[in-house]
Design a protein around this ligand. Structure first.
Ligand code: GDP
Length: 424
């Protein structure tokens, strides 16, 4: 059985927590896209962790953690993350790295920084993890797959050839120090020695495991609105954030993904630039940010304060549809317990017309939120285990949103821990 856990919105919906929770009954957890540019926050018996590259199921000793071919693999960050887990008492995880995954090169990170510097105020708000230069090179066919580390002659030749174009840009566009082939090769040899014990044919491993009846979780990073095709282009990430891409980024048949759990947070947050229709500001936003998530809404990778907003039914309906949602996991609802009234964005007004269809970016920039207000429940709902035991206004809020997004909310998360979950 293959399941995907993906985000409906801008990311930070709580996918890490839901994956960690579902991983209890899974055998294999796979990252299939993205890199170390976003993080998942996980709270469990070992403490609180921010993961960037490892899948969120890595804390169990019965699971295998897989880095699929679709990932932007930053080797030093991956191994730094493994070491930091072990230092805090987590057992050494079982890891498999796709021999077709491509490597984030040291120069990808430099180019990301230099480009942000060059664009200054007009930047895309990159986390400077090298992701955009990495995927550009992948599709320009000058990236390095993990398996290439093991063919020394070809590796040397390719490094020497790739460096030529990189150095022209470094010299003439960015006016920065040039790359040295020997130094780069030395770094790649270190990378090779680090990954060697873990490299394998992920697609064949996963297909075999699926045939044997194992449970496989595909863990998405970010959410629909950051997808390069269906998101708020160009304020998107560089790899597809959709469950469908799980088939490609892990090497699986698309029809084998049987369950798609789309994670939606009970309010909105976003990082980076781009249209955000239901955004709120000032004290109202500060209070939600401070109370939000588990210890406030600040980026797991960057520590940046997240932009805050009310729940957006238009974006979430669209986000769930593009994911191919079978189940919605509705998270962080406990945080809203302080509000007398809870505003919800139910439609957009664009040039005088009201719509519930999510528009293309230039129209999105003109959209104004149509807000409906629901009564709050004014109490702490953490610890509640049964849906019927939630306050009536809380159930009304959930059911109101379910009706507007049009997908079934089958899980309600009312706290950051694995067992803060209500199944409906
Ligand atoms: P991800 O990128 O989608 O995995 O989301 P993050 O982990 O970056 O952000 C979610 C934040 O909310 C983390 O700090 C989680 O610990 C926290 N969290 C997840 N689910 C809940 C919940 O139901 N209630 C509360 N209060 N916090 C939650």
């Amino acid at each position: 059985m293959i399941k995907a856990v993906v985000g409906a919105n801008w990311g930070d919906e709580g996918k890490g927590k839901i994956t960690d929770m579902l991983a209890e009954k899974a055998d294999i957890i796979v990252r299939f896209q993205g890199g170390a540019n976003a993080g998942h926050t996980i709270v469990n018996k070992y403490g609180k962790f921010a993961l960037h590259t490892l899948p969120s199921g890595v804390f169990y000793d019965h699971t295998t953690s897989v880095i699929g071919n679709g990932v932007a693999l930053n080797i030093p960050i991956l191994f730094g993350e493994i070491n930091s887990l072990i230092e805090r008492g987590v057992p050494m995880p079982k890891i498999m790295i796709s021999d077709r995954a491509q490597i984030v090169m040291p120069y990808h990170i430099l180019f990301d920084q230099y480009e942000e510097e060059r664009l200054a105020g007009k930047s895309f708000g990159s986390t400077k993890s090298g992701i955009a230069p990495f995927y550009s090179d992948k599709y320009a066919k000058i990236g390095f797959q993990v398996n290439e580390l093991f063919d020394e002659d070809k590796l040397k030749e390719k490094v020497e050839s790739v460096i030529v174009t990189k150095n022209v840009i470094l010299e003439h566009l960015y006016h920065k120090p040039l790359l040295d082939a020997d130094e780069l090769l030395k770094t790649l040899h270190e990378y090779r020695d680090m990954v060697a014990p873990y490299v394998g044919d992920v697609s064949s491993f996963l297909c075999k495991a699926n045939a044997e009846g194992k449970t496989i979780l595909l863990e998405g990073q970010l959410g629909t609105l950051k997808d390069p095709d269906h998101g708020i282009y160009p304020m998107v990430t560089s790899s597809s954030t959709l469950a469908a891409f799980g088939a490609i980024g892990a090497g699986l048949p698309p029809y084998d993904i049987k369950q798609i759990v789309t994670v939606c947070k009970a309010y909105s947050s976003a990082v980076g630039a781009g249209a955000f229709v239901s955004e709120i500001f000032g004290d109202e936003a500060d209070e939600l940010r401070r109370r939000g998530g588990d210890g406030g809404e600040y980026g797991a990778t960057t520590g940046r304060p997240r932009r805050m907003g009310w729940f957006d039914c238009v974006a979430s309906k669209y986000g769930c549809r593009l994911q191919g949602t079978t189940d919605v996991a509705f998270t962080v609802i406990d945080v809203l317990g302080y509000l007398d009234e809870i505003p919800v964005c139910t439609a957009y007004e664009i040039d005088g017309e009201v719509t519930t269809d999510f528009p293309v970016t230039h129209k999105l920039e003109k959209a104004k939120p149509v807000i409906e207000t629901l009564p709050g429940w004014k109490c702490d709902i953490r610890g509640i285990k049964k849906y019927e035991d939630l306050p009536e206004n809380c159930r009304n809020y959930i059911e109101f949103i379910e009706k507007h997004i049009g997908f079934p909310i089958t899980m309600v998360s009312n706290g950051p821990s694995r067992d803060d979950i209500i199944y409906r």
